[in-house]
Design a protein around this ligand. Structure first.
Ligand SMILES: [Zn+2]
Ligand SMILES: [Zn+2]
Length: 203
């Protein structure tokens, strides 16, 4: 996501801050987490980024993940050589997940380490391949938000559980077996054996 040039100029004028200082400023709902790559690389001084952004859009289409608040981040960007930028830090978020067995809500506080290496690309550079250990950056600015969102999503459990021994729902009547037993399936027989049972049934 790139902030249009005009919007960034307006932002700069309104905040009377150079671009690397307005990351907490919100305009038209956009909270940029921008790193001015040329500035960072030429000054070779770390840039700190700290702030929050909403997660509603990210999980808009998700039925089993609901954000309970914004994502908070604290990051440091360091020049690592002539064209490389290392970004490290931490992000935190509170999310409501659904237990994959019983569908009960689980509120979880996520604390995720963030560490990425970026490389500012030149026109003459070949397209980066799978073996490259960096993320390519094109243009003047590095927008960190998509990478933070991705890191959070990668850290979500594939099959969250409300507790290790969650018994889940009865597949026949839907009763939560953590709360009570329903009596379904006590005489359940493997369908492959059911045919045999008929066979042996007394006439
Ligand atoms: Zn459960
Ligand atoms: Zn049941």
């Amino acid at each position: 996501m790139r902030i249009p040039f005009l919007a960034s100029r307006i932002l700069e004028a309104l905040t009377k801050q150079p671009p690397h200082r307005y990351n907490n400023f919100c305009l038209f709902g956009v909270i940029p987490m921008l790193i001015n790559v040329q500035e960072l690389l030429s000054r070779q001084q770390p840039i700190e980024r700290e702030g929050t952004f909403e997660l509603k859009d990210l999980f808009r289409d998700s039925r089993d993940t609901t954000p309970l608040g914004p994502l908070s981040f604290r990051l440091t960007a360091n020049a690592a050589g002539e064209r490389r930028i290392g970004v490290t830090g931490e992000l935190t978020a509170d999310l409501r997940l659904l237990c994959s067995r019983c569908l009960d809500p689980i509120d979880h506080h996520f604390e995720v380490e963030f560490e990425e290496m970026f490389q500012v690309m030149k026109d003459t550079d070949p397209e980066p391949g799978e073996d490259d250990d960096f993320i390519p950056v094109y243009g003047e600015r590095l927008e960190l938000r998509p990478f933070l969102e991705e890191e959070l999503v990668l850290n979500l459990p594939l099959a969250p559980l409300c507790r290790e021994d969650c018994k889940g729902l009865c597949s026949e009547c839907g009763t939560s077996l953590n709360e009570k037993t329903c009596g379904c399936g006590t005489e359940k027989i493997d369908p492959r054996l059911a045919a045999l049972q008929d066979w042996f049934k007394p006439e």
